[in-house]
Design a protein around this ligand. Structure first.
Ligand code: GRF
Length: 205
């Protein structure tokens, strides 16, 4: 069986990338294979994680490309020349255009650190998401894996996991708990689910 070819797009620390690498090693991801890591920031520690795992990694910097369109064209070229079938956004801090998301319809997924449709969309990234949840006073938050379309955090939901908010939580403690109890679990699970579907759809065609 030829595994689904996965690319993971990153910008930062890459703990979700690490969860995917570990899940492939442990067999939680068995239908897909991480073939490529792409960062839009040369200082992303995720690049080191890729290197340590022996996964080819590339860096494409928007500023150097000159425009969003040129940046996305280089990205498409890289992904297509590697035969990538599933794109996982794991802390990728760049909004992608309709042209890009349309090119990979239902083939791009993202992890967001809240229960969508709460605390999502423009401006809700990183610690801001957890600050907003604490400020609102919700007692339960979590993480969501969803398909990516032209609307930020607006694509169909694939998987969610709830996490309790504790009375003494700060944005930092909440961020850590959401990662440990939700993100690092559902992102690999959703990646396996989609990889298995890609293999099945190959068999049909
Ligand atoms: C995570 O909280 C993820 O939900 C969000 O960006 C963060 C990335 O963290 N989209 P890391 O780079 O995977 O450690």
């Amino acid at each position: 069986m030829l595994k689904a070819r996965i690319a993971v797009l990153v910008s930062g620390g890459g703990t979700n990338l690490q969860a995917l690498i570990d899940a492939e090693k442990s067999g939680i991801i068995k239908s897909g294979e991480i073939r490529l890591v792409v960062a839009n920031n040369s200082r992303a520690y995720a690049l080191t994680r890729a290197e340590l795992a022996g996964i080819p990694a590339e860096c494409i910097i928007k500023k150097e490309c000159g425009s969003q369109e040129a940046f996305e064209n280089r990205l498409i070229e890289l992904l297509d020349s590697n035969g990538i079938e599933l794109i996982v956004l794991a802390g990728f801090m760049s909004i992608l255009s309709e042209k890009f998301t349309g090119h990979y319809k239902n083939r791009i997924i993202n992890i967001h650190p809240s229960l969508i449709p709460s605390f999502c969309g423009k401006g809700f990234y990183g610690l801001h998401v957890h600050e907003a949840a604490l400020e609102y006073g919700v007692k339960v938050t979590g993480a969501t894996v969803h398909f990516v379309n032209e609307i930020p955090d607006g694509g169909k939901i694939i998987m969610q996991k709830a996490v309790d908010i504790l009375p003494d939580d700060t944005p930092e403690t909440l961020q850590k708990r959401v990662m440990e109890q939700a993100e690092w679990i559902i992102l690999p699970k959703a990646t396996e689910l989609l990889s298995a579907e890609i293999i099945k759809s190959r068999e049909k065609s």
